[in-house]
Ligand binder design. Structure first.
Ligand code: YH5
Length: 291
């Protein structure tokens, strides 16, 4: 049975659990791993966001901080200069919820002022002590993602005793910290952080055990699109990972992911639609058998 809930993100309420929501990635960085520099200029980036909306995205995730493995930190002023013009162009022009992909409270605050609805924080609040109050005061939705280490060093030697247990524990602890800081339960979403300080086997453990994370009672976000583990499993480079990614996304959606963070919005929406219909059909058949 799929778990349904309402994800409250300021004036937007996103229905989770019956239709899988697609979050389109909008990288406003000069060096993104898989779409390097394509949307560095605000009008190009805004146009791409509107294309993703037309293709079925429910959320646009705007990032100006490079988080690929090995990446160095970006100063806040530079990040602001990349993302704020794009958010200003999109605010009021799209029905999509706008998400700011940042670990910095100052960037999150400015992005929310410019019209964002969600903060996507790959540090789960660990990078900036001010982040929780920015989220609480704005009423924004807040994605807590698990990461071991920092983007610069995380893939050097990730070690866990039990990766699924440890990721669930950390995200559960961070969600408790959010609630204690006054963030609403309905504002939170959890993300296992596929590829963030994880080997291929760690990623597989997390995907196969995703229901455990979903059982914590928050919507689960999963970012699988074009990631390295798909390359290891299929032998494909970043531009050849779509089919493998869609298979992994279908699996994740069937095992509790409510939101998929993707580059290829149209294809991901189609895959999500088919999984949603099959899961609903499976449920109907089970209920038929009962009565
Ligand atoms: C995520 O999973 N990921 S940025 C390496 C690639 C391809 C893609 C080697 N931000 C997530 O997308 N936020 C990123 O090829 C994220 N969840 C959330 N919530 C990394 C990325 C990527 C990295």
């Amino acid at each position: 049975m799929r778990r349904t809930c309402q994800w409250k993100c300021r004036d937007r309420t996103l229905a989770c659990g019956s239709r899988t929501l697609i979050m389109g990635i909008l990288n406003v960085t000069p060096d993104s791993f898989s779409d390097g520099g394509l949307y560095r200029f605000a009008p190009d980036a805004a146009a791409h966001a509107l294309d993703m909306e037309a293709d079925g995205a429910a959320i646009i995730d705007i990032g100006g901080e490079s988080t690929r493995p090995g990446a160095a930190e970006v100063p806040a002023d530079e990040e602001l200069g990349r993302v704020i013009p794009v958010i200003r162009m999109l605010a009021g022009k799209t029905r999509c919820a706008l998400s700011i992909d940042t670990t910095k409270a100052r960037v999150a605050r400015a992005a929310l002022e410019a019209g964002c609805h969600i903060v996507n924080d790959i540090s789960a609040g660990a990078a900036d002590p001010e982040m929780l109050s920015v989220v609480r005061e704005s009423g924004a939705g807040y994605i807590l993602m698990h990461m071991q280490g920092t983007p610069r060093t995380m893939q050097q030697n990730p070690v866990y005793e039990n990766v699924l247990e440890e990721v669930c524990r950390l995200l559960s602890d961070r969600s408790e910290a959010c609630l204690a800081a006054g963030v609403a339960h309905e504002a939170l979403a959890l993300d296992p952080g596929i590829g963030f300080g994880k080997t291929v086997d760690h990623n597989l453990d997390l995907l196969a055990g995703l229901d455990r994370l979903a059982a914590l009672g928050f919507p689960v976000v999963a970012g699988l699109s074009r990631k390295s583990f798909l390359g290891v499993l299929t032998g494909a480079g970043p531009s050849g990972r779509l089919a493998g990614g869609l298979a992994a996304m279908a699996f994740a959606a069937a095992h509790g992911a409510a939101v998929l963070r993707v580059h290829d919005v149209k294809e991901s929406c189609d895959a999500a639609r088919v999984v949603d219909i099959l899961l609903a059909h499976e449920q109907d058949m089970k209920e038929c058998r009962k009565s």
